[in-house]
Structure formats: C-alpha cells, structure tokens
Write a protein that binds this ligand. Structure first.
Ligand SMILES: Cc1ncc(COP(=O)(O)O)c(C=O)c1O
Length: 474
C-alpha cells in the first residue's frame, strides 16, 4: 500500500468514528428530550394545572445576555426543562377547561416528533411527496367526516383564525369574479362593494380576518343574536349584490349554532357566498348523536375549523375548506419559474404560507388512530362530561346560563364579584383551570371540555374543587 493509500484509509477511519460520535451524541440528545418529555407528561395528571408561581418567577433565569461561546446541547435542554416546565400551564393535561383547547393524543405527539425529524417544508408535492400525500389523504377523510361536498379543496393552516382568513379570501375571490372583477390582480380600490353579513356573536378573529382582507372590521351588517348567541333568522337581511355571509357553528361561550340549515340555502339562493366558522362546532358533524346541531353546514361554500382544539393534535393546526377549490387556489397560489405548476395538488396552493411545517402529519395520525368511531366517541364523551358539570353546578344552586348542547358550560356564582372571587380561587387551587367571560351582560365562568385525556373522575374532582371554591368565596 502506498503512503497516500495509508493516509486516505486513516482519514476514512477518522470520518467514520466522527460520524459514529455524531450519531451517538444525537441519540443521547433526543433520548434526553424524550425522557424529559415523558417525565413532564407523566406528572401532568397530579400537578397543579396553573403554572407554579415560583416557576414563573424563576423564568428570570433565562434572561441573560447572549454569550459569545456555544452552550452544550444537553445544557440547553436542561435549561428549557428545569426553568420552563414548572412555569407551563397544564394545557395538555386532563383538567384544563379554559378557552377551547384540546390536549394532544399520544399518537399525535409521537407523529409530531417524527414529522419534526423529517423537517419537510410541505409546499410542493414533488419536493415533499410523503407529507403532501398524507395531507391530501387526511383532507379527503375530513371532507368525508364533515359530510362536505365532493371536490371540496382545503389547506392546513395555523388555526381557525387563519382558516377563516383563507376561506374568506376564497369567498372574496368568488363573489368579485362573478361581478367581473379580479381582486388578486387589481385589489379592492374601485372594486364592486361586497356586503358582509355576520352575527352579533361572531368570533373576533373572524372580524380580524375581514379587516386583513380589506373588507373592514366595521363595514359589516350585524344580525342580532338570541339568548344562546344564535343569529336570529327572523332578523336576517335581504341579500343584494356581491355578498359574503358568515355563519357560526359553535359559539365560543355557549357552544350554540347559528340556524345554518335555514340561512345557508336562503343566502346561497340569493347569490351569496356562505362561510361557516366551525372552529370546534364542526366536529359535532362527526357524531351521530350530535350531528343535528350542525345540520346544514354542508350547504355552505367554505368552512374553517381547528384540529388543535377537538381533534386533539398539538398546536398549531387549523383547516380551511372551500367547496370551490379553484377559488381558494386563485386566492392563495403563487407561481414562479422555480415553483412550476405540476398538475397535482400543491399544498401551498391552499395556504397563505409558501413554507410551513407538515401539520397534516398529526392530523392524519389522529384520524388513522381513532377512526370515525373514535373521533365520535371523543366528542360525545366531552359533551357528556360538560353536561355533568352543568348538572353538578346547577344542583349546588349555581346559575348555568347556557343550554349545554355541546361541550361548553357558562356558569355564574351569584353576582359579578363573587363569580370573580370563585374563578380566582378555582385557578389558585390548581385542581383544574377555567377562565372568566361575560355572557348576556353577566360575569360568568366558561368551562370547555375538549380533551381526550379528561376522564369522568377528572370531572368529579374538578366539580368538587369548583364547589369548594364557590363555597369559600360565598
Ligand atoms: C368560533 C371560533 N372561531 C375562531 C377561533 C379562533 O381559533 P384559533 O385560536 O385556533 O385561531 C375560535 C377560538 O376559540 C373560535 O371559537
């Protein structure tokens, strides 16, 4: 062997051992992260749901000047876990009932880890075929689950806020195209005016979307709502000219549905684009027992929902759908020499972002793991648990202010001051967590049961804690 051969053999040996060391270091780091995550998740059911006050004060330990020198990766993880974990809210745990926030099914956490390792920027199908295919399939399953029209197009976005934005952009395109105007090319200056109809109880993020789209937060026709927060069909306006009607499936406080089966056909017959904000309510459609609540949603033109709420996938994950897939594509797609049309479904044709993580992986994993029956059972269980909260609280003399038809309970503990004290005591106690709202002019607490992890025992423990806090606040 020549001297050159010996030298190149030695270099290869060095590279191989450096490779092995690199693998070993990565294995140790990911194992460290996995075991810290396991410990965190194991502790969730018994720790206080609220962030630990000492832990929150301890966050100051992160606030150092950025050093010049690198920090060992295990030390970085340790800093995250030891300083961050105690200061988290146990949203992933079984007794978090604030806002409308699901947990994360274990299979979706695991699928998310794999998807993070894949690191697929899921914009173009030819570049990321595996994740683009998972999203195409999951979308088909969702269209079927929600009973949406065949051919419906959709995109995987961050949440219902951006899902509303995306779907309403499709609606804006369609109503102006019918009026002979190309809004993507020419904008809104000089365009035929669009009338936007919303309910008095419209979610504020939908109103924000209207502002972003140039349709105006205030430039809307607002239809009064009834005592449950449903749009009043008898007060629905006459429709004339380019119009977008925004209906709601699931009020963020009461869980109530607008009379969609009545209003959607009326609005569509008059030429309007009908959008349904079903951030969590759309999931009622999956359950034979609850489906009637969402009757008529399939008659709309576009829909927004969340997967991070009731499908229980990790944050963030929302879904936008459009009956007219071309309208959504027209509003969202971009082409460039390096982004050619390929004739297949390009994920980025349906989302505001070109680059993004492969959110559909966790959605696919949740649906595949649960099956149609599993999704329905999860939704029905949470609704049954919400009813148990309502009957338990009412039996103790507290005022349940809504018809508990879905997973939401709005409860007052006497006057505003006592209600406020009770909520503060519930949060401080730490058994569970629920937040304040004002409903029909009354200070109240919202309970949203949205997690796969909540057992009936969790509901009983939480109910006891609420009743204890209310008695102490009395
Ligand atoms: C009816 C409705 N629409 C939109 C949203 C906004 O959803 P996200 O926070 O996922 O963007 C919510 C959130 O609770 C909601 O209840």
């Amino acid at each position: 062997m020549s001297e050159v051969d010996v030298q190149s053999l030695a270099i290869e040996r060095d590279e191989a051992s450096a490779d092995a060391r690199g693998h070993a270091a990565r294995h140790a780091l990911l194992a460290d992260a996995a075991s810290r995550a396991q410990r965190y998740l194991d502790a969730l059911p018994e720790r206080a749901v609220r962030p630990d006050p000492d832990g929150v004060r301890g966050l100051a330990a992160w606030d150092t000047p950025l050093g010049d020198e690198p920090t060992d990766a295990h030390e970085v993880l340790r800093l995250l876990d030891e300083i961050g974990s105690p200061a988290t809210m146990a949203m992933a745990g079984p007794r978090f009932f604030g806002f409308v926030i699901g947990g994360s099914l274990p299979v979706t956490v695991a699928a998310g880890w794999l998807a993070t390792a894949w690191d697929q920027n899921t914009g173009l199908a030819a570049v990321t075929p595996a994740t683009a295919e998972l999203e195409r399939i999951a979308l088909g399953w969702l269209v079927d689950l929600f009973d949406l029209p065949p051919g419906t197009g959709g995109g995987f976005v961050t949440g219902a806020t951006v899902a509303n934005l995306t779907a309403l952009a499709a609606g804006r395109h369609a109503v102006l195209r019918r009026a002979g105007w190309d809004v993507e090319a020419d904008g809104l200056f000089g365009a035929p005016p669009i009338t936007v109809v919303v309910g008095e109880e419209v979610h504020p993020t939908l109103v924000k979307s209207l502002g972003v789209l140039g349709l105006g937060r205030n430039r809307v026709v607002t239809v009064p709502a009834d005592r449950q927060g449903r749009m009043r069909a008898d007060a629905f306006p006459r429709i004339d000219g380019p119009t977008i009607v925004c209906l709601q499936a699931g009020n963020v406080n009461s869980g109530a549905f607008d009379p969609i089966a009545e209003l959607a056909p009326r609005a569509r017959d008059a030429g309007a684009w009908v959008h349904v904000d079903g951030a969590f309510g759309l999931w009622a459609k999956v359950s034979p027992a609850l489906r009637a609540l969402a009757d008529g949603v399939e008659l709309a033109d576009s829909w927004a929902t969340d997967a991070h709420k009731w499908l229980n996938v990790p944050y963030d994950s929302g879904l936008a759908f459009s009956r007219d897939a071309d309208a959504m594509r027209a509003a969202m797609a971009v082409r460039a020499a390096y982004l050619p049309a390929t004739g297949v479904r390009e994920p980025s044709d349906f989302t505001p972002e070109l680059s993004r993580r492969a959110r559909g992986v966790e959605v696919w994993a949740a649906l595949r793991a649960l099956g149609r029956r599993g999704v329905a059972e999860m939704i029905e269980r949470n609704c049954r648990q919400a009813r148990r909260f309502a009957t338990g609280l009412a039996a103790a003399g507290h005022q349940v202010l809504n018809e508990v038809a879905l997973n939401q309970v709005v409860v007052a503990f006497g006057d505003a001051e006592r209600t406020r004290r009770t909520i503060a005591a519930i949060q401080e106690d730490g058994t569970c967590w629920a937040g304040p709202t004002t409903w029909q002019g009354r200070a109240a607490m919202r309970i949203s049961v949205s997690s796969w992890a909540t057992t009936d025992d969790d509901v009983e423990r939480s109910l006891e804690a609420m009743l204890r806090a209310a008695a102490a606040a009395g």
